[in-house]
Design a protein. Structure first.
Length: 437
């Protein structure tokens, strides 16, 4: 048994009624891809009195589950599978920004290296989990092909309740650079926005956009100075808004883009992670609209396929993320309007998702869990996304349903309809989380 303290707020096992436990166990064993409800949201409301509606970037979601940006969200076929499986949102593969001439300052991230391998991993506390090792980086096809993906994804998702979110990696100056390449921000942002709006059900709605601070930055010279990182966080939102501002006087309020910064785990201590979070909250008009936390860990000594220094996930990633977000939640208890945020990092169960929700996350982005070997899932047919959702919702010990009911008991929530929105951010109300009375 490790002496590393656990950051978990939830106990080892849920305390729910036998009626709920039996119903969940029955569904876990009975449901298949062929018998999956046409609307999982309605099914959970009718059978389990659960309202799982949430939000991402201020946009309503039918459910909180999304696919994180990566190799699993770079084709129309993949998006179609995600929409059919019932995800609440999909973040597209990260495109590398360019200017009108096609020049890319971050072209080192536009390299076709896509080999991926799901590997077991053991965390410092002895918990077993999974990590995906890969050599891939950002979008390596043409920018026009990325715009086609944005349009096609929007077309596929239209009327089906899945939010489509582009992702971009823009120029970040090194310490010896004195200028930001604004041309990349202007050209790329405008083009993506136009493509997204062209197939939108309501072109007046703002487009959510993730600015990807890749975990590989944590091992590069770009991330060698803390002051440089903080400057990135303060400057990027303004440049994105300026790119699409037009003649609006209040860019932050009227911007057609809702920008989220995907914060990475830097090679510094937790104090600097908190400093990054403080920085984006204290930026006033230049702060982002939301953020994503927290991208994978980086090990400069870890090797994969001939490359030394790669990102990794697993239990240590979620432990650090939960520890940092608990500390941040405690120090911002009096903040009137904290930014909304989307969680990512070792979300391999409904229980883990709710650990993030208790700390304020309103949505959950998964990548590794959609790539695990088939024998990890109870469901034997259907897409990997559908199989993953089956585990996330219905697992009798770690599933979303039993832990939502557990928390309803702990928090004293009305049981005629238990709302996820009433649980988000309630971690400070659980000083002695355990079994309900």
């Amino acid at each position: 048994m490790s002496d590393v303290p656990s950051p978990d707020l939830l106990p080892e096992t849920p305390n729910v009624t036998s009626v709920i436990q039996d119903a969940v166990r029955d569904d876990y064993l009975r449901l298949t891809d062929d018998t999956w409800p046409s609307s999982i949201e309605e099914y959970l409301a009718d059978r389990y009195q659960l309202d799982i509606a949430s939000e991402y970037a201020g946009c309503p979601l039918k459910n909180p589950w999304g696919k994180a940006s990566g190799q699993l969200s770079m084709t129309a076929r993949q998006v179609e599978e995600d929409v059919e499986a019932g995800l609440g949102f999909v973040v597209l593969k990260t495109v590398i920004a360019q200017d009108a001439a096609g020049d890319q300052s971050m072209d080192a991230w536009a390299i076709k290296e896509i080999r991926m391998l799901a590997e077991p991993i053991v965390g410092q506390r002895g918990d077993e989990g999974w990590t995906i090792s890969w050599k891939g980086r950002g979008w390596w096809q043409t920018f026009d092909e990325y715009l086609d993906l944005v349009r096609n994804a929007q077309r596929i998702a239209r009327g089906r309740g899945t939010l489509i979110v582009p992702s971009c990696k823009y120029h970040l100056p090194t310490p010896d650079e004195t200028e930001w390449r604004r041309g990349e921000y202007e050209f790329t942002t405008r083009k993506i926005l136009a493509a997204w709006q062209s197939e939108s059900e309501d072109s007046a709605k703002p487009m959510p956009l993730e600015k990807d601070f890749s975990p590989t930055l944590a091992g590069s010279d770009l991330a060698s100075q803390q002051a440089q990182i903080l400057d990135w966080l303060l400057t990027v939102p303004r440049l994105v808004r300026d790119a699409v501002a037009g003649h609006d006087k209040d860019k932050a309020v009227n911007s057609p883009v809702r920008l989220g910064l995907k914060l990475f785990n830097a090679l510094f201590d937790d104090e600097f992670q908190l400093c990054m979070l403080d920085t984006i909250h204290e930026a006033d008009a230049d702060r982002p609209d939301f953020f994503i936390y927290g991208n994978r860990l980086f090990d400069p000594k870890r090797e994969f396929d001939g490359r030394r220094g790669i990102a990794y996930g697993g239990p240590d990633l979620s432990d650090r993320n939960l520890r940092v977000m608990s500390a941040f939640q405690a120090q911002t208890a009096s903040v009137a309007a904290p930014l909304s945020w989307s969680a990512t990092g070792n979300i391999v169960s409904g229980k883990m998702a709710l650990e993030y929700a208790l700390r304020g996350a309103s949505s959950f982005q998964l990548h590794t869990f959609f790539q695990l070997p088939s024998d990890v899932s109870r469901m034997t047919t259907g897409s990997k996304v559908r199989k993953a959702l089956h585990e996330l919702y219905f697992h009798p010990r770690t599933g979303f349903i039993v832990w939502m009911h557990h928390l309803a008991g702990v928090l004293g929530l009305p049981t005629e309809m238990i709302r996820l929105r009433d649980i988000i951010g309630c971690g400070p109300q659980l000083p002695n989380v355990g079994t309900p009375d």
